[in-house]
Design a protein around this ligand. Sequence first.
Ligand code: ZN
Length: 198
Amino acid sequence: MHLVRLAFFLTCAAAWAQNTRVILLGAGTPNPEPDRMGPAVAVVSGDRVYIVDCGPGVVRRAAQAGIRTEQLTRAFISHLHSDHTARCFEARDKVIAIGGDTTYNYASIAAAKGCDIPVHELYSQKGWEGRTPEWRKYHAAYHTSGPDVGRVAAQVRPKKLVLYHLLPMGQTADEVLAEVRRNWQGEAIYAKDLDVIR
Ligand SMILES: [Zn+2]
C-alpha cells in the first residue's frame, strides 16, 4: 500500500467520478468493541477507492463491502491516535471530509464549510462526566463531545453528518444523538460498520 502520513493540516484530493460514497469499514476506536472495528473509512468514487485510516479488520471489512484487495492501493493515515487532522475529498458530485482525532477546532470547521458529508469523531458528554479526572482531561484535550460535534455541524451545515470513532461511554446511540441535536437538528448518522452513505 502507498501510505501517506498527514499531520495538522487539511488537504484535498480530486476524484472526478460520480456516485461517490462513504463506506464505514470501521466505525469504532482502538477499544475492543464487538460490533465496530478500529477506525477505517473508504471513499469510493467510480473504480477508485481511497482508504482513510487502517484500523484492525480493514481488509476483511473491505471484502465484505465488495472492495477487491487489488483496489486497496491508496491509503491515508490521518492519525495514529491522537493527532488532529482531516482529509477532504472533492468529487464532481459531492465533497466528503474525514476527520481523524480532533477537538472542537475552528480551522477544521472553516476548511470543512460547504462540505456535504463530514465524518466526525465523538464522545458522549454525559458518559465523560462519569469518568475519572484523568480520563476527562485526556478526552477533552484530544476528542470532541456530542454537543460540540453539533456545534461543528451547525457551522459546516452539511447534508448529512456521519458520526464514527464513537466513544459512547455507556450511553445509548439515541442518547448520544440527543447530545448532538442540542446544537444541530439536521440528519445525523450514528455509524455502524459497513454503512454506505451517499
Ligand atoms: Zn483516534
